[in-house]
Design a binder for this molecule. Structure first.
Ligand SMILES: Nc1nc2c(ncn2[C@@H]2O[C@H](COP(=O)(O)OP(=O)(O)O)[C@@H](O)[C@H]2O)c(=O)[nH]1
Ligand SMILES: [Mg+2]
Length: 351
């Protein structure tokens, strides 16, 4: 019998390692917590040491029976032990299959490895019913999101609101949707754009402004913003569109910062499209947090069925989401998100 031992940060991770190295026929023989201390640290870390072998090689129950038991007792005990062993093996394998399924599912939804593992570890594994596991995950996620303000639309008292984020995520379209809503509520709205790299971008905003009959100011340099603000002084709300050139360049974020410094910005919304790779989204958020960005807008929910990035961003940065958008239509395709809806969308595929 070939026994292999794996050490991991938590039990689900250990099971995944066993699956990876030994395949799905592996069974767990033993597991224990081990405490490790690095030479430079006083703190001990807990690790899980799990031994496994292939099911076909697992030790036979028979060998554990004592030879001096009476034949009838021996038969009974042997049958009983066989049943227990088979039940245990099924339980371990089903539970471990559940963990693998959950891990694969959450990773496919775009959740970071750390978040997926932490969630799986925290939920109850007393059950193998998918519905119960899903409910347990749902409860845990809602609890975690309730630890901070997870949803917050633009405050009614905010006057200058900036929208930042990479090109093509839907900043201008989102601004148009919100501007239309403000106009419908009788507010005087003004628009400013600092996105002057593409003529089409200016024209796009001007078209929306024309339809809504609201003023729009174009600022090519940060210094031009004071005058633009002066011209919009009669406005109750000013929505500021920014350029979203190469987000990988810190200079771009610096440039956006230079523009926003010239404005009395009340709130900065970072717009993120769910069609972007989760890894890119995490990177962008790190870059823009420095701006700082106060809230998130998630766009293009209609173009994807993976929503894990929303949870990554919220749970990592503990800042609220303001809106979600789910289509190109102005002004309809925008909503203030409901927490339950977001969590359900992420977990919907567990059936
Ligand atoms: N499917 C879909 N398309 C969107 C959504 N929001 C914006 N778009 C489209 O995405 C493209 C880029 O949008 P735009 O507002 O110009 O992005 P910006 O570069 O960030 O200003 C346009 O074709 C929009 O119509 C959305 O929620 N869903
Ligand atoms: Mg734009």
């Amino acid at each position: 019998m070939q026994v292999q031992t794996f050490v991991a940060d938590n039990m689900p991770e250990a099971i995944l390692q066993i699956r990876k190295h030994m395949g799905k026929d592996a069974v767990i023989l033993n597991s224990r917590k081990v405490y490790q201390r690095r030479w430079w640290s006083l703190k001990k870390t807990v690790k899980y040491e799990v031994s496994a072998c292939l099911a076909a090689e697992a030790p036979e129950v028979q060998s554990q029976l004592t030879s001096n038991s009476r034949p009838t007792d021996r038969d009974e005990i042997q049958t009983e032990l066989k049943q227990i062993r088979s039940m245990l093996q099924t339980a371990i394998q089903t539970n471990d299959a559940m963990i693998v399924m959950l891990s694969d599912y959450l990773r496919e939804q775009g959740l970071t490895r750390e978040l997926a593992m932490a969630l799986i570890q925290e939920i109850s594994h007393d059950t193998n019913a998918r519905e119960e596991v899903k409910e347990s995950l749902q409860r845990r996620l809602v609890e975690q999101l309730h630890d901070f303000q997870h949803t917050a639309p633009i405050r009614p008292e905010s006057r200058v609101i900036a929208f930042v984020g990479p090109t093509g995520v839907g900043k201008t379209t989102t601004i148009a949707k919100l501007a239309a809503a403000y106009v419908a509520n009788g507010k005087k709205v003004g628009l400013i754009t600092t996105d002057t790299y593409r003529i089409a971008a200016i024209e796009q905003l001007k078209t929306y402004a024309k339809i809504l009959e609201i003023p729009v100011e174009v600022a090519y340099k940060p210094e031009e913003l004071t005058k633009a603000m002066e011209r919009l002084r009669h406005c109750d709300v000013i929505l500021v569109d920014t350029s979203g050139r190469n987000f990988r360049l810190m200079s771009y974020v610096e440039e956006t910062k230079a523009f926003l410094r010239e404005l009395p910005v009340d709130e900065t919304l970072l717009v993120l499209s769910l069609t972007m790779k989760p890894k890119d989204i995490n990177y962008i958020v790190e870059m823009f947090m420095d701006l700082p960005a106060d809230k998130f807008v998630f766009t293009k929910l209609d173009e994807t069925d993976t929503y894990g990035s929303i949870l990554n961003v919220l749970l990592t940065h503990k800042k609220p989401m303001s809106y979600i958008t789910m289509g190109q239509s102005v002004p309809t395709d925008i909503e203030i998100p409901s927490l339950d809806r977001i969590v359900n969308m992420v977990l919907e595929g567990i059936q």
